[in-house]
Design a protein around this ligand. Structure first.
Ligand SMILES: [Zn+2]
Length: 71
């Protein structure tokens, strides 16, 4: 799927509503990134890294993030 234009320089995108973080490099249709962008309830991270998202209590999306903890 196409990367959201506003996030072309980011890889990790958080959903504030359910505290999920998506990997935009591997996002699938099931992630419904388009809906998330439309909702405006998204978050970017600084630094733009998965550990930073975890530090902020975001949990990996099971569709696009292959985290060791979920293996
Ligand atoms: Zn996802």
């Amino acid at each position: 799927m196409a990367r959201p234009t506003r996030f072309e320089h980011f890889r990790w995108l958080g959903d504030k509503r359910n505290q999920r973080v998506h990997d935009l490099d591997r996002a699938t249709d099931a992630c419904d990134i388009d809906e998330l962008m439309a909702s405006e309830q998204f978050a970017a991270f600084g630094p733009d890294m998965l550990p930073e998202a975890r530090n902020r209590s975001y949990r990996p999306c099971r569709h696009c993030v292959s985290a060791p903890v979920d293996a």
